[in-house]
Write a protein that binds this ligand. Structure first.
Ligand SMILES: [Mg+2]
Length: 386
């Protein structure tokens, strides 16, 4: 991995020219139904529609930056309604009228006022990056990128914890749509995971890359190891979050005992989680995305830390719509920490939603998302008020 490139955080020193004065912050709750056949069932529950918050930050010149809070109660303890209350009642009163010399400056204000609530903070932070780039008339990657961006990124598609026949049916649909990396939700009691994966292998052959996501199913390392080992004959490329999110040490124990890479998701939301996981040597690959990390700024910081530690990053997802996905796609496209041809990103949520959320929907072609173009992150939300 080449390490002489400029680090993401170094961009901060280059872009102090155009300060943002925040004139207005507006937040809208939106609901996005999933296509019936794409409803996600996992150890973390059932997800049939997404109720999210769109944040619009308007600057002194009437330009708009957009961000999305992809909230779910079971994931971060946030809902669109709690996010809206915090934006309207706490964040907007403190930031309106403020002049920022960097998009990340708002995080200090938000962190001083509110503990946690990463997706809410991320919506504001991401909107500020979008606005920051639009003020300069450039795509956002020009302000943070540490490599020439790739134009498309292989995506993983997620297959819920369904019984065998439905698992095979969904896998076949994604395969037909060109997706080559399949992520199976596993570890839900009552399902024969080995049988499910075996049936998909029999149907699709050896070519698809299989990964599995336990969503923190185990509180015991031995059980996690036993489960992963039972799936190894089916050629799984990695195991995601086998142990409970708050037991990083357990994940380190599992990692020592299995031969495939461990991808950390729920256990690593923040830079502090990342520091602890690195100390414990608890993972091989890191799942990052702005909502989980509490802001695009934080994802950049964590990507830089992981890169220095030789831990490759992938984009994870809380089923962001195209509004959230655009920023995520740009993060991976222009950051050296993301070896996108080696490890696919969870950027297929366009395939899950019944209607587009932005005026120029993202394109997934042959299993790869096309990185959008244009100033900022390149997307404008379709405002559908619930
Ligand atoms: Mg996951």
């Amino acid at each position: 991995m080449k390490k002489s490139l400029e680090r993401p955080g170094d961009a901060k020193t280059r872009i102090n020219a155009a300060a943002i004065k925040i004139a207005r912050i507006h937040a809208v709750v939106t609901t996005h139904p999933l296509r019936e056949e794409r409803i996600v069932v996992s150890h973390a529950g059932r997800h049939s529609e997404s109720t999210f918050l769109i944040v619009v930050v308007e600057d002194q010149d009437g330009l708009h930056g957009y961000g999305e809070a992809a909230t779910t109660l079971l994931w971060s303890g946030e809902s669109a309604q709690t996010a809206k209350w915090m934006v309207d009642s706490v964040i907007a009163p403190q930031l309106t009228g403020a002049t920022l010399d960097h998009p990340g400056a708002a995080l200090a204000v938000m962190d001083k006022a509110i503990h946690g609530n990463p997706f809410t903070k991320s919506a504001i932070d991401t909107a500020l990056w979008d606005l920051w780039a639009k003020r300069r008339g450039v795509p956002a990657w020009k302000l943070f990128g540490d490599r020439e961006p790739v134009r498309s990124i292989p995506t993983r598609a997620s297959i819920g914890a369904y019984p065998l026949e439905k698992t095979v049916m969904i896998a076949r649909e994604f395969w037909t749509a060109g997706v080559r990396i399949l992520k199976f939700k596993v570890g839900v009691s009552g399902l024969d995971d080995a049988g499910r994966l075996r049936s998909v292998r029999e149907e699709l052959g050896d070519e698809p890359v299989f990964t599995v996501d336990y969503n923190g199913a185990f509180r015991n390392a031995a059980d996690a190891v036993r489960s992963i080992e039972s799936l190894l004959p089916l050629k799984i490329a990695l195991a995601e979050q086998p142990t409970h999110r708050e037991r990083i040490g357990l994940m380190a124990e599992v990692r020592k005992q299995v031969e495939i890479p461990i991808l950390a998701d729920e256990s690593i939301f923040t830079p502090d989680h990342l520091a602890e996981a690195l100390d414990l040597d608890a993972f091989d690959i890191l799942s990052l995305y702005p909502g989980k990390n509490g802001g695009f700024t934080r994802s950049l910081e964590m990507a830089r830390t992981a890169f220095k530690a030789d831990k490759p990053c992938v984009i994870g997802s809380n089923l962001e719509t195209d509004l959230g996905q655009a920023a995520m796609a740009w993060l991976a496209a222009a950051s050296a920490a993301f070896p996108v041809r080696q490890f696919a990103c969870d950027l297929a949520s366009s395939l899950y939603y019944a209607q587009p959320s932005v005026t120029q929907p993202l394109i997934v072609r042959n299993g790869e998302i096309i990185v959008p173009d244009g100033p900022g992150f390149g997307v404008t939300p379709v405002m559908v008020q619930s």
